[in-house]
Design a protein around this ligand. Structure first.
Ligand code: PLP
Length: 351
């Protein structure tokens, strides 16, 4: 700290930034902590990226026109209702910047993706939290507010909500309902069809999870034109690189690749859940590429550490309501078999 650090806005001096899951540099670690997809992208993505290289001396298309046209075709929404972003995290940030002035109300059913809370603090917004119960049914939510953000499937439980329920939520809510569908391809019903029907619904998607392109950084927002037009003004002109646009386009052109791998992950998830239940964990039915395993009342931090000692990373949340749970990302079937074996050994050594 020096006298110049006083130049920083007070709210930023005290806030902790978002803490992403650990990304170990190397080693024989099985990473089941950040909901990545182990299968990798379609080979057509690599080929498209290589073809984009000669264009790197030029700025990329600021409108992502070809990619937006493809998104519109695949998801059945008008192109004017789409905005492509540098990962869906950028879209979340833009919505917060576009809508929330200091003191304005953001409704968050919690627990949830922790980035929402961090970005709300940056905006000095008022956060109204509604607590999920153990069954992860939607809690009663205030109808007054500027923005309501809900991941569907829910994070970190993986529980999916019915689209009719979400439509009713939007109709009751005064502000914008932002549905974060980062994991929707792993078995949930998408609400993207509500965009265009309801002027206060926006849906976020990412290429990071089901398309296995976390490192490329592409996401998109589907929303009403009043919102998309506003966010276009706010975004960095060249927010998505040539290679990212080309790679995401190729991924959508080979959507069968993604669907096949999502299906494999769903199968591995369901057998993993079955075995976790037989080991005495409570595990909600997940429609995402992760499971939230609970030993009610037992702090699972020692288990997290023991798994880490055995080169297996899962996610532990040091949050009061989540201390008795670990979140396990779903890998290949062979990785999940290794996970279950390691888990059993870890449980024995902790007993
Ligand atoms: C619910 C949710 N939304 C958004 C994201 C961000 O994804 P992206 O890689 O597209 O920024 C994540 C990443 O883990 C997530 O869990």
């Amino acid at each position: 700290m020096n006298e110049y650090s006083e130049l920083v806005r007070p709210v930023l001096r005290k806030v902790q930034g978002y803490e992403p899951g650990e990304q170990p540099k190397e080693g024989p670690i099985l990473k089941l902590n950040t909901n990545e997809n182990p299968y990798g992208p379609s080979p057509k993505v690599g080929a498209a990226i290589r073809r984009a290289i000669p264009r790197l001396k030029r700025y990329p298309d600021p409108d992502c026109s070809r990619l937006r046209a493809k998104i519109a075709e695949v998801y059945g929404i008008p192109e004017s209702c789409t905005l492509v972003t540098n990962g869906s995290d950028e879209a979340i940030r833009l919505v917060f910047e576009g809508l929330l002035d200091p003191g304005e109300r953001l409704i968050l059913p919690v627990p949830t993706y922790t980035l929402y809370d961090v970005l709300a603090t940056f905006r000095s917004a008022e956060v109204v939290r509604a607590q999920f119960g153990d069954d992860f049914e939607l809690p009663p939510l205030p109808t007054a507010g500027k923005l309501l953000v809900l991941p569907n499937p829910h994070v970190p439980s993986g529980v999916a909500f019915a689209v009719e329920r979400l439509a009713a939520l939007a109709r009751d809510f005064q502000g914008l309902l932002l549905l974060d569908e980062a994991y929707v391809d792993f078995g949930a019903e998408s609400a993207i069809g509500l965009v265009g029907q309801l002027e206060n619904v926006a849906v976020l998607r990412t290429f990071s999870k089901s398309f296995s392109l976390a490192g490329l950084r592409v996401g998109f927002l589907a929303g009403p034109p009043w919102l998309i037009e506003t966010l276009f003004k706010l975004k960095d002109s060249y927010n998505v690189s040539h290679v990212a646009q080309a790679g995401a386009l190729a991924a959508l052109e080979d959507i069968g690749w993604m669907e096949l791998n999502a299906k494999r992950i769903m199968e591995a998830r369901d057998f993993t859940r079955y075995h976790l239940l037989s080991l005495g964990f409570s595990v909600p039915i997940s429609s995402a590429n992760f499971l939230l395993a609970q030993k009610p009342g037992v702090d699972l931090y020692p288990l997290y550490l023991e798994l880490k000692r055995r080169n297996l990373l899962v996610r532990y949340f040091a949050t009061p309501g989540l201390f008795d749970r670990i979140r396990i990302s779903i890998g290949k079937a062979s990785e999940m078999e290794f996970f279950l074996e390691t888990l059993q050994k870890a449980l024995v050594s902790l007993a």
